[in-house]
Design a protein. Structure first.
Length: 299
């Protein structure tokens, strides 16, 4: 495990998610402050949008419009020239809160949901991955995923890699020219797929709980292990080639590569992920560290 120095980018959040690097700044959602912000590398934070029903995944359409996941009403919002509209309503195809998202070069958004009422103590259930086309049309792209979470698309636009938080794995799908997905295959596996049970039982069974992730120029994925308080650099096939532990007392739930040379790795950290502990607290932080391999040039 490499020893690394961390730099504090921003303090005082509730629970940061969906980090992206764009136009020389970080972009990030904050679940319980219900904000989407730009953050300059040396500060300050500029709130660009308030999302009443809790923001998560971020992305952009080819025309520069910002897409934002609105979790609790299961909508995808579109922000164009400061005007907010509903890009798509996904409530008919969601089993839980809408969550993380990746947007391809053509403007197609691939979005996952929880699959069940995680914060309310519901029984874990499989979820689908949704595709939202640039015109707002919604379709189910893949089914039977175990909490589809952080996702990346390869630079050639041909492969979607999805972390399954309760699946102990990353799954991959070939992307057809029309945006449809081929059959699921395993991209990385960290242990047996858990066999049902409560959330507590799943937590005890997973070796790695993939959360937010980012792709580097060597085709490796940096992923936040949402239960292990660490970042892992994972090679295709599943070998863990590097590990970064979060500072004591913090978990890390998402990450992104950015900076002027693409080698700054941003960490979204908080003491835990539970709504009842995070919503009133302001203990989440954005940290950064430097790595050797830059990002793959994707959102």
């Amino acid at each position: 495990m490499a020893d690394r120095a961390f730099r504090t980018v921003l303090e005082g959040g509730s629970f940061f998610e969906g980090p992206r690097w764009r136009d020389g700044q970080w972009w990030v959602s904050d679940f319980y402050r219900r904000t989407v912000s730009r953050v300059a590398p040396g500060g300050p934070e500029t709130v660009v949008l308030e999302v009443e029903n809790q923001p998560s995944g971020l992305g952009w359409l080819p025309d520069g419009s910002l897409l934002v996941v609105s979790m609790k009403d299961q909508r995808l919002l579109r922000v164009t020239d400061g005007e907010v509209s509903t890009h798509a309503d996904l409530s008919a195809v969601c089993g839980g809160l809408l969550n993380d998202m990746v947007v391809d070069a053509a403007g197609r958004a691939y979005v996952g949901d929880f699959g069940f009422d995680l914060m309310g103590g519901g029984a874990p259930a499989p979820a689908s991955l949704k595709r939202v086309d640039p015109d707002g049309t919604v379709s189910v792209a893949a089914e039977g995923l175990r909490f589809p979470n952080g996702s990346v698309i390869t630079p050639d636009g041909g492969t979607l890699v999805v972390g399954e938080t309760w699946g102990n794995r990353f799954s991959a799908f070939d992307i057809a020219p029309d945006g449809s997905l081929g059959p699921r295959r395993t991209w990385a596996e960290f242990g047996p797929v858990p066999e049902g049970g409560s959330v507590e039982e799943l937590i005890a069974q997973v070796a790695v709980a993939p959360d937010g992730c980012t792709l580097d120029a060597e085709g490796h994925v940096w992923v936040a292990d949402g239960l292990g308080s660490r970042l892992l650099r994972v090679a295709p096939g599943g070998q863990v080639v590097d590990e970064i532990a979060a500072p004591d007392g913090l978990g890390v739930y998402a990450c992104a590569l950015g900076g002027d040379d693409g080698r700054t790795l941003l960490l979204c950290c908080a003491p835990d992920f539970y709504e009842h502990t995070r919503s009133a607290a302001r203990e989440a932080v954005l940290l950064s560290t430097e790595v050797a391999v830059p990002h793959a040039g994707l959102p």
